[in-house]
Write a protein that binds this ligand. Structure first.
Ligand code: NOJ
Ligand code: CA
Length: 692
């Protein structure tokens, strides 16, 4: 004990405290308990909250009695007041059980069950200020969320958080998949796969597999008006929250009352269980926008891949990509091939010179002279196609906000339903108006930028526009509250395969499913058939894998990312891209291991069709899919897009077999995936009935 004045209220040692110490009032002492616990509805997970002899709070989590999180600290360090992390009396402040089902306007599944047991723990300081914080635990069968709730109270009007004390002591050895934090390229690094004991400073989600096959993902939900959480390994398997710095000494400044984001632990006995979990969405507030039927999930093509290949430029000049004629050519293609949207990048002024460092140069309303925005929008409308807007900001959020209303109004008037925003800049290169009203450099996941991103989706919603954020803040499930925040980037996407350095290795997408995709939808931009690029290895997948990515990497808006010439030259494999929907009523992970392979099946929200996507890393694999999810009485036509016998991401990426056969729910489909390969299957009800 540090100073002899910190004995816990219920500890027998209290009577031996120095005479100078004022004993707490008896009522508080009576409330002081040392252990509280609660279980998930199906008694799979349990949480134990304790205070030690110095009143330090901690929590621990077990799955079926086996430790997942060993006792881990809770609390706050403040910049202008003593930490709130010791001398705390603990009380059970209430419990409840919830079991409800809610409907998503769009998503991987239509209905989401929200079933948890909640425990609210109140911590009150024993001495002096008697500051109070609650920690609320929601315990699901497949995960735990907890957050701090700081009530309004005298002496704690404003809380300036230097750091959280929150820890995650991973209880068992295992393998971790993680992305390094605080590096210049933000979230765009390849995932590390190391023993837990070799984690450095990691972003979330961070995924762990124990030796017994139990998986754990640490992340957060409902990141609103707060700093993003990273994890720093302190020793062995002890990870501590490392909040993203803000624009003042404090990483977070909040007036009471306030709640922090939920700290989330998805826990499953298989990798696929992490992906199937609804924990993050369930911990977010319900839809705040009401009827959002103005947003339509769908696909788009665009003036885009040519830019990344260097064939065309965003900026003005002889190679300018966004010309009126080129955009109309893309509109024609989209109209002909049942693609609802056309993205045009580089139509607006500001791309000349070093645009990455000069967000202040962008105009969000003025077009280059060779691009007639009104004409293109009118033409698109006449052909039943909608433009997808683009707002690259180079992370100058302050400048963007000065024109955001004008830019969104213009797009709304032109019938644009989705705007892709961009925040290209190195870490700490964002520019944002801070609490002091001044413009500061900021991290993309700072509290000020968290506020900015929500301001954008709120403004866009007023214009009935959906947002697809590139170089975003991480996804913490806010699409439930703001269903117009439909997708984002937030990891290395396909574009890395275009540039003049090594692209994404074949295992990348199998890592994404069990890491980045646990956050939510990703605008990865699949569908490349032109495998030779500026990258030394080109696009390191087979064609069948490019198709499978439409099923595997969920996004309600999906790009057919290649140049339209590639599609015109390859109509047979392109057929899958034309057919595949982007909105689902059900999703199941059939098999999968992080970094190795995964097979996902999804049911179309708009028909009785099912789709299967299966991908592998650099290793060839034979997998199988039992079709028991199909309607038992029906015969289905399976349209199969699979790797050819000689297919190989390096030597023969375009080898594909496209074939059809009849199947029923009793069948098991074998899948033979080439190195870097995949399989994509459409299952559509056929005329016959089983047994006839
Ligand atoms: C990066 C985005 O990810 C990419 O899709 C876009 O083309 C460029 N920024 C330019 O905005
Ligand atoms: Ca692998």
């Amino acid at each position: 004990m540090a100073c002899g004045a910190t004995t816990h209220a219920t500890a027998p040692a209290l009577t031996a405290a120095p005479a100078s110490v004022v004993a707490p009032p008896p009522a508080a002492a009576a409330k002081g308990v040392r252990t509280l616990s609660a279980e998930s509805p199906g008694r799979i997970l349990s949480v134990v909250v304790t205070t030690d002899s110095e009143g330090h709070p901690s929590y621990a989590v077990t799955r079926l009695g086996k430790p997942v999180i060993a006792p881990s600290k809770l609390g706050f360090l403040l910049t202008d007041a003593p930490a709130i992390d010791r001398d705390l009396l603990m009380a059970d402040a209430g419990r409840r059980a919830v079991d409800e089902t809610w409907e998503q306007p769009w998503g991987e599944r239509r209905f989401v069950r929200n079933r948890f047991d909640e425990l609210r723990v109140r911590f009150t300081e024993e001495w002096d200020a008697k500051r109070t914080i609650d920690v609320v635990f929601r315990i699901y069968d497949d995960g735990v969320g907890f957050r701090y709730e700081v009530p309004a109270q005298p002496g704690l009007e404003t809380v300036r958080i230097a750091e959280e004390r929150t820890e995650f002591v991973v209880a068992q050895p295992g393998t971790a998949w993680w992305n390094t934090a605080f590096e210049p390229n933000r979230e765009e690094y390849l995932y590390e796969r190391t023993p837990i004991e070799e984690i450095g400073v990691a972003q979330t989600p961070l995924t762990v597999r124990f030796e017994d096959g139990v998986h754990l993902s640490i992340h957060e939900a409902a990141l609103v008006d707060y700093a993003g959480m990273n994890l720093v390994r302190v020793d062995r398997r002890r990870l501590r929250a490392a909040l993203t710095p803000g624009t003042t000494a404090a990483k977070v400044v909040r007036a009471t009352p306030f709640t922090t984001p939920w700290r989330t632990l998805e826990i499953s006995d298989r990798a696929g269980g992490l992906y199937e979990s609804n924990l993050i969405l369930n911990l977010n507030e319900p839809n705040r926008l009401g009827d959002v039927s103005w947003f339509k999930p769908g696909k788009f093509v665009g003036i885009w891949w040519d830019l990344h290949l260097g064939n065309k430029t965003w900026h003005a000049g002889p190679k300018h990509g966004a010309t009126t004629a080129e955009a109309m050519r893309y509109v024609d293609f989209a109209a002909k091939h049942r693609i609802g949207g056309v993205l045009v990048e580089g139509w607006n002024k500001g791309w000349d010179g070093n645009w990455m460092g000069h967000g202040e140069a962008f105009s969000f309303t003025e077009a280059y002279p060779d691009f007639d925005l009104q004409k293109v929008a009118d033409y698109a409308r006449s052909r039943g196609v909608r433009l997808v807007g683009h707002h690259e900001t180079s992370a100058d959020a302050a400048h963007y906000e000065s024109q955001m209303e004008a830019g969104l109004s213009l797009y709304e008037r032109l019938g644009v339903g989705v705007v892709k925003t961009g925040y290209v800049s190195e870490a700490l290169g964002a520019r944002v108006v801070g609490v002091d009203g001044q413009v500061h450099n900021a991290w993309h996941e700072s509290q000020d930028m968290a506020r900015h991103f929500v301001r954008v989706v709120e403004a866009a919603a007023r214009h009935h526009i959906a947002i697809d954020t590139h170089e975003p803040i991480k996804d913490t499930g806010l699409r439930r509250t703001y269903p117009n925040w439909v997708t984002r980037e937030g990891a290395r996407g396909q574009e890395y395969n275009a540039w003049g350095h090594p692209g994404n290795p074949p295992e990348h997408e199998t890592n994404l499913v069990f890491t980045r995709m646990l956050e939510g939808p990703m605008d990865f931009t699949p569908g490349i058939f032109g495998m030779k690029t500026r990258s030394p290895d080109g696009v390191p997948t087979t064609w069948a894998k490019q198709l499978a990515l439409y099923v595997v990497l969920y996004s309600p808006v999906q790009m057919a990312a290649d140049r339209i010439e590639s599609y015109e030259a390859n109509p047979r494999p392109f057929r899958f891209i034309e057919d595949v929907p982007t909105d689902w009523s059900e999703t199941h992970v059939v098999n999968g291991e992080a970094g190795d392979y995964v097979t996902i099946v999804r049911k179309d929200r708009g028909s009785e069709d099912w789709y299967v996507g299966s991908i592998t890393d650099e290793n060839a694999r034979s997998l199988s899919v039992a079709l028991g999810f199909l309607d038992a009485g029906r015969v289905y036509r399976a349209e199969i897009y699979r790797d050819g016998a000689e297919a190989d991401w390096k030597k023969n990426p375009t080898s594909i077999v496209i074939e059809a056969r009849e199947v029923t729910a009793a069948d098991v489909l074998p899948l033979h995936l080439a190195p870097g390969g995949g399989a994509a299957i459409r299952l559509t009800p056929a005329a016959g009935r089983v047994g006839r």
